[in-house]
Design a protein around this ligand. Structure first.
Ligand SMILES: Nc1nc2c(c(=O)[nH]1)N[C@H]1C(S)=C(S)[C@@H](COP(=O)(O)OP(=O)(O)OC[C@H]3O[C@@H](n4cnc5c(=O)[nH]c(N)nc54)[C@H](O)[C@@H]3O)O[C@H]1N2
Ligand SMILES: Nc1nc2c(c(=O)[nH]1)N[C@H]1C(S)=C(S)[C@@H](COP(=O)(O)OP(=O)(O)OC[C@H]3O[C@@H](n4cnc5c(=O)[nH]c(N)nc54)[C@H](O)[C@@H]3O)O[C@H]1N2
Ligand SMILES: [Mo]
Length: 754
């Protein structure tokens, strides 16, 4: 496993036979249950279950196989035949397991029974559900609610998520950070500021009508592969895609469709990007400034480029923005963008000619110190020609976890002003807390400061996903209480608090049988569509409970009895929880129980989609950037900008294997991708061992050792490697200014030879 990675050319397009063999590989590796592969036929189909991987749309007319390589991997990983039983924990102490890598930990298989940490033997030991709930409830009652955090990773469906957030408020806090706080919180804050909506403005159908797509900082081949179909269709009808990415990501270059037998047999693929701009890390603000500069110049020459009536009726701040663009020289733009004026002018011409444009983006924009400004800059460009709030146009973040957007929609938020507290007061007869809760970064600060005492997690692997792990992990073990609702063992579980519980839950594809029968749950995708999902597989163990039943079990054991708090009734019938969601959010979830079964889901609406701007000025806001580089780093001798990325063989901290097929890399994840010219000037050879050290002014040394240098096509001064292995290098205070999303795409580092 640990041999050095040599970049091999990968000669095949994304999708196609390569992706099918990728599925076969993980299937073998995870020892899938018999018929697990057949289960995939129900994935993302009406009446079936919704993929637990990414948040891409589930179209109304699904393909026969409406799943991608990585969605299939996620399902098959859930349906492994391997079991992580109490006997497993009797054989291995927590200290011993701490030396296992992330892949080995999850390979132990599905958790089968509730477990309690026994400090005297340093082992997790079995515990009954009732005993676990009672003990957690007892602990929570003794802690100050403000010292407790309820984390959620964006997988749990709307019903358990709604009850989880409700429980937090009945208990007495808004400390409800979500994986979103490390991901698209920059969108929730940055996009909201400029267009008044925290989510994408497009519907799935818009992709069939756009003439150009500006595609920034997202890797579709790996992270949302089902988008490749609409991208390919768009290109084939003449839509031009302009990619902005320091790396030449294969999914943006070409695609062969596994569902198109002709493309598969003749090996013909579709070229995706019309133009590929290999920007410097963080160079998007400057690059978009250059595109805007061209568009404004064309308008000056021709007079008919800008959408004057839209700008007059709907926008605020155009003149300040125009002045700032005109005052910024091309040489400055080129220097910060890392691409030439000619390239940016060409992109500007595509934008000006296109009738309908969509801007799509991902972590390359959000995980930056000035990520909110980069998003503001993309919106500036879109506003110039009225490209928000009409068919075939819009601003569309690609969300991460399959229900991460939905969790925020139904109340998992640390920001009380985003939650209809008056409704909670009215429906449930209690006084909700109004004090602002913790973001992820604020929870970690409280942890380091000794102010955090209890931690409950609805999924995820927070201690492994966060910055600054060498400081944070020792502090984690000082917590009074840790309780994890989880499917598999991971690193965060190996940092037990004084009292610690692992509570194993059903996976998305598994049947959720309650007293009134098999239950349906619902999830929301990146396009604000909401669908029913019903699992039919036999659960991995008879002792598993649903996420909803676990949340209700802890809540009931923690809170005093109240006639309006009907935890048992809600667990018996999830339709009752949907009715509560509808009562809390009547405009968005009208007739939820009926509409959730509509093909393609129901759209919960978005004011910006209808050109209603819920901003301070009541209009869409042009913003003037205060910086030209989103990573906010100054050049220093010996300093590189490190990007941390996902491989094609992982889902966040779940590592399926050691190959990154679409980048042609294989064998090890402890690698650093580097420009060959930079390697030469630094005197480094292919495969040479190095240590990366964070290059900042604090006294504290952050390092990752035993990395091997791998030549790769990326801009000079830029390095890339894998999340989560390189997370110890990210300083906790290095985050987006507005949203506190860790800046995992712009980490200042220097290289030390080993
Ligand atoms: N198979 C699979 N699917 C997933 C996930 C997974 O781990 N595996 N994770 C899910 C989650 S939670 C999320 S949030 C999404 C993440 O999906 P993405 O948003 O694609 O996230 P990353 O893989 O981190 O890649 C970010 C991209 O941004 C580019 N980039 C880095 N810095 C810059 C920059 O300064 N400017 C520009 N323009 N580009 C830059 C990188 O080269 C890379 O292509 O995927 C979701 N889907
Ligand atoms: N350096 C760096 N750091 C990053 C990022 C980056 O790009 N670079 N990306 C950030 C992003 S975008 C995100 S979203 C976070 C991800 O952070 P998290 O969401 O916290 O992490 P995951 O790896 O998705 O969580 C995996 C664990 O979830 C549990 N799990 C899996 N399925 C289920 C389920 O159905 N129910 C329950 N209850 N549990 C389940 C399993 O136990 C599994 O081990 O990481 C962030 N950290
Ligand atoms: Mo994410």
């Amino acid at each position: 496993m640990d041999d050095l990675a040599k970049p091999r050319r990968y000669d095949h397009a994304t999708g196609g036979w390569g992706s099918l063999s990728g599925i076969a590989h993980v299937e073998a590796a995870s020892k899938a249950m018999p018929s697990a592969v057949q289960t995939l036929a129900e994935q993302n189909k009406p009446g079936g279950y919704m993929c637990s991987s990414c948040a891409w749309a589930k179209p109304p007319n699904p393909h026969v196989a409406e799943f991608c390589e990585n969605g299939a991997k996620a399902t098959i990983w859930d349906l492994t035949s391997e079991r992580c039983t109490p006997e497993f924990f009797a054989r291995h102490t927590v200290s011993e397991l701490s030396s296992w890598d992330d892949h080995e930990l999850e390979r132990a298989g599905r958790l089968t029974e509730p477990l309690r940490y026994d400090a005297s033997s340093d082992r997790y030991v079995p515990v009954g559900w009732d005993e676990a709930f009672a003990a957690i409830g007892e602990n929570l009652r003794h802690l100050d609610p403000k010292s407790v955090t309820f984390y959620a990773s964006g997988k749990a469906a709307l019903e358990p998520s709604y009850l989880y957030a409700l429980f937090a408020r009945m208990y007495g806090h808004n400390n409800l950070p979500d994986s979103s706080n490390m991901c698209h919180e920059t969108t929730s804050v940055g996009l909201k500021k400029v267009i008044g909506s925290p989510v994408g403005t497009c519907t799935f159908e818009d992709l069939a009508h756009c003439d150009a797509i500006f595609y920034l900082g997202q890797n579709p081949g790996t992270n949302s592969p089902r988008i490749l179909h609409p991208l390919k269709d768009a290109v084939e009808r003449g839509c031009k895609i302009i990619a902005f990415n320091p790396l030449r990501e294969r999914g943006l270059i070409e695609f062969a469709d596994p569902q198109n037998p002709w493309q598969m047999t003749v090996g013909k693929s579709t070229r995706i990007a019309h133009q590929y701009l290999q920007v410097r890390p963080g160079g998007d603000i400057a690059a978009l400034m250059g595109v805007c500069k061209r568009v404004l110049q064309l308008d000056q020459e021709r007079g008919d480029i800008l959408d004057a009536s839209f700008l007059a009726a709907h926008c605020h701040g155009l003149e300040e923005f125009r002045a700032s663009v005109l005052a910024t020289s091309w040489s400055k733009i080129e220097q910060h963008a890392g691409v030439t004026r000619a390239e940016l002018e060409q992109a500007g011409d595509v934008y000006a000619e296109a009738e309908r444009v969509i801007g799509i983006y991902g972590m390359g924009l959000t995980q930056q110190v000035h990520g909110s400004q980069a998003i503001g800059m993309l919106v500036n460009l879109l506003l110039l020609r009225g490209n928000i709030g009409r068919k075939g146009a819009g601003c569309q973040p690609i969300r991460g976890h399959s229900n991460v957007q939905g969790q925020r929609t139904v109340g998992i938020s640390e920001k009380p002003e985003l939650v209809p507290m008056d409704k909670l007061r009215e429906i449930f007869g209690f006084e909700p807390p109004l004090e602002k809760g913790h973001t992820t970064v604020e929870f970690l600060e409280a942890l380091l400061g000794g102010r955090a005492r209890g931690f409950v997690a609805l999924g995820g692997n927070l201690a492994r996903a966060v910055p600054d792990q060498s400081r944070i992990h020792p502090a984690w073990r000082k917590l009074e209480l840790t309780a994890h609702v989880a499917t598999r063992l991971n690193r965060t579980h190996l940092l037990p608090g004084k009292e610690a519980y692992l509570l194993p839950c059903l996976a998305r594809a598994e049947e959720d049988l309650q007293e009134t029968g098999a239950q349906t749950v619902t999830i929301e995708d990146s396009f604000s569509h909401i669908y029913a999902s019903m699992g039919r597989r036999q659960p991995a163990s008879p002792h598993l409970k649903s996420e909803l039943a676990i949340v209700a079990g802890i809540a009931k054991a923690t809170l005093s009895a109240h006639p309006l708090w009907r935890w048992d009734e809600w667990t018996r019938d999830y339709a009752k929880v949907r009715s509560l969601i509808e009562r809390t959010y009547p405009d968005q979830f009208r007739e939820m129980n009926a509409r959730m079964n509509e093909a393609g889901g129901f759209y919960r609406g978005n004011p910006a989609h209808d050109r209603i701007w819920k901003t301070e000025s009541g209009k869409a806001e042009f913003t003037v950037p205060t910086v030209l580089n989103a990573n906010g780093l100054e050049d220093r001798p010996g300093r590189y900008t490190l990007l941390t990325l996902r491989s094609n063989d992982q889902f966040n901290t779940t590592i399926y294997g050691h190959s990154d097929r679409l980048r042609g890399l294989k064998g090890s994840r402890m690698i650093v991708l580097m420009n060959p010219e930079d390697m030469r000037s630094a005197g480094l050879g292919d495969g040479q061992r190095i240590t990366l050290v964070t290059d900042c002014d604090e006294n504290f040394r952050r390092e990752v050792t035993q990395l091997s240098v791998t030549p790769y096509d990326l801009p000079r001064g830029c390095l890339a490697g894998y999340f989560p292995e390189l997370n110890p290098l990210v300083p906790l205070n290095h985050h987006d200014v507005l949203s506190k999303t860790p800046a995992a795409k712009g980490i200042p580092v220097r290289i030390e030879a080993e």
